[in-house]
Design a protein around this ligand. Structure first.
Ligand code: THU
Length: 139
């Protein structure tokens, strides 16, 4: 699966977004080392704070099914059903969840639009000096 295809999966995932409050719809597609893709969308809540971002939905689906080794995540977002023209970068909480399961120097975050891949970063670029499992184990 290449990055362009992973963005296509994120666009597909975004169709399931549940966003009655913000109307900001996000899709994510998380690729494992063995080539499996876990899709996620954002899921909002009337109490607001229980809202789950698309990226975390994808991670929690994957981890809950036993996946632990990840290579990349593609993310797309925009207003309601509009086609995403601009990139949607992951929030800080989602970057921290990525930090728990991914090597920040190798894990890639692919930001897409309706036209496909727009920008690619390593997790380390998006979360420099991140606090992760290695910090606690003295690495
Ligand atoms: N959102 C995501 O799904 N991912 C992000 O990284 C940024 C924000 C969602 C949360 C909320 O449902 C909506 O976008 C507006 O913040």
């Amino acid at each position: 699966m290449n990055d362009q295809e992973l963005v296509a999966c994120a666009l597909h995932a975004r169709k399931q977004a549940y966003t009655p409050y913000s109307h900001w719809t996000v899709g994510a597609a998380l690729l494992t080392e063995d080539g499996t893709v876990y899709e996620g969308c954002n899921i909002e809540n009337a109490a607001y704070t229980p809202t789950n971002c698309a990226e975390r939905t994808a991670f929690f689906k994957a981890v809950s099914e036993g996946a632990r080794a990840f290579t990349a995540i593609a993310i797309v977002g925009g207003y309601d059903t509009s086609e995403p023209e601009q990139v949607c970068a992951p929030c800080g909480v989602c970057r921290q969840v990525m930090m728990e399961f991914c090597d920040p120097k190798r894990f890639r975050v692919v930001l897409g639009t309706k036209d496909g891949v727009a920008q690619t970063y390593t997790l380390e670029e998006l979360l420099p000096c991140g606090f992760g499992p290695g910090t606690l184990s003295g690495e």
